[in-house]
Structure formats: C-alpha cells, structure tokens
Design a protein around this ligand. Structure first.
Ligand SMILES: *Cc1c(COP(=O)(O)O)cnc(C)c1O
Length: 231
C-alpha cells in the first residue's frame, strides 16, 4: 500500500481512539494502538513506523521472524497475537516483547523456560474464548482463574491481562457484551492476584474498536483500518 495512505489511515484510527475516549470519559493515553501487520510487507511497517507507530502485532511466527530481521534497525515493540504451537515457543520467547495468545499452561511453561535470561520477563495475556466457540482457541471463561494462578507463578513471564476475539456482531450494543464480560473477568483476576500488575485488556479490532474502548480496552489490535483489506 502507498506510504501516504498508511499514514492517513493511521492518523484516522488515532483520531477515532481520541474521539471515543473523550466520549467515554477515558484518557486517550490509556489506550495503546497495536498495528496488526500480518501478511504485510516490511515496507508497510516501516511506513507506519515513520509516522510514529511503535507497537506491531504479528500472527505467523515464520513470517514475523523474517520481518523482525528486515526491521532490526527500528525500535519496535513486537507482539505475537496468533496461535502458538509448542514447537514454536522458543523462537517466540526469544524474539517478542508480548504474547497475547497464551491459552494453555504448557505453552506458558515453555515460554518461561525458554525466555533468555538477559531479557526482561515476557509480557503475557491469556486468550479467552469469550463466546465459547468450538472453532476458536482460548481458555474457557470458567478456567481463566486456574490458568492465571499457574501462569502468575512462572519466573520469566509477566502476566499482564486478558485478550479475546469475540464472534462477529453487527451493532455496538451487541459488540459490547463480550467485551464487558472480559473486563469483568479481569476485575476478578485482580482480586484473586492482587500482587500482579494486571493492567491489560487486549480487545477490539477494526470492526469493533469503539465498543472495546467503551468497555475498557487498553490495547486495540487494528489491521485492516491501517493497512487495508487483506486478500
Ligand atoms: C488479524 C487480527 C487482528 C486485526 O483485525 P482487523 O479486523 O484487520 O483489524 C486483530 N487481532 C487478531 C488476533 C488478529 O488475528
């Protein structure tokens, strides 16, 4: 995509975040924009970086590692947001700053064991299957507390909060329901694990960003509205 278009799109998304925060009585600085760059060439990420974007989200490990190499000269904070298989945890633990998609203890244990000692703890969100869909990854809502308690014990991870990808819904009121439930789950975790900095709700994509912000999102993951429609 043209660099100018990416910059315009990015600025439009930033404005939407500010407008939505103002309307819902939130500080715009409390919402981080994660640019979801899966399937995009490194040059598109560079265009967004030049316009001030620092946080990028990738779904596919092999593709992400190639881009990390191509963009090694940039000061990017890399977030892994896709499904993570256990044979890929080492590369993820070595390359990323955040993993949003932890939904099993085994994956978390491997990430902790494989996080290099010279690096700070890996930031972790637990992915919740908030609509309990057969086809989707994520821990079931009624198993979140148990998984969080175990993940919080792991030495090289920093449990930050929860992530979800709800089923698609058309109107804003319906979109808010799963986001409100995720926010409630985070509140319960905070009470359960008071010594942990559970400050993150990773929720909201191009089609439901405003609903997510209204419900307390602290990271919105936006691909299409920045980089255009994927094939
Ligand atoms: C692709 C993707 C996004 C971005 O979705 P858009 O609708 O393109 O904004 C966000 N989160 C996850 C986990 C994704 O896989």
């Amino acid at each position: 995509m043209r660099k100018g278009t990416i910059v315009e799109n990015l600025n439009a998304v930033r404005e939407r975040i500010v407008t939505c925060c103002r309307a819902s009585g939130r500080d715009p600085a409390s919402v981080m924009l994660l640019a979801v760059s899966k399937t995009r060439p490194a040059v598109d990420l560079r265009a967004a970086y030049d316009a001030g974007q620092r946080h990028f989200g990738e779904n596919y490990l092999q593709e992400a590692l190639e881009k990390l190499g191509e963009l090694a000269d940039l000061d990017i904070c890399w977030h892994f947001i896709g499904p993570l298989q256990s044979n890929k945890t080492r590369a993820a633990a070595e390359a990323f700053h955040w993993i949003h998609s932890v939904d099993r203890l085994k994956i978390a244990q491997r990430l902790s064991a494989q996080r290099p000692a010279r690096m700070p703890p890996l930031n972790i969100c637990l992915q919740v299957n908030i609509d309990c869909e057969e086809s989707k990854s994520g821990v079931a809502p009624d198993r979140v507390a148990e998984l969080a308690a175990a993940v919080a014990q792991l030495p090289n991870l920093k449990l930050r909060g929860l992530m979800a990808i709800p089923a698609a819904r058309q109107d804003a009121a319906a979109q808010r329901q799963p986001f409100a439930r995720l926010a409630e789950l985070l509140q319960q975790l905070r009470a359960q694990l008071p010594e942990h900095p559970l400050d993150t709700l990773s929720m909201g994509m191009s089609g439901d960003m405003e609903a997510a912000i209204e419900c307390g999102a602290t990271i919105v993951r936006i691909g299409t509205d920045i980089f255009g429609a994927r094939d």
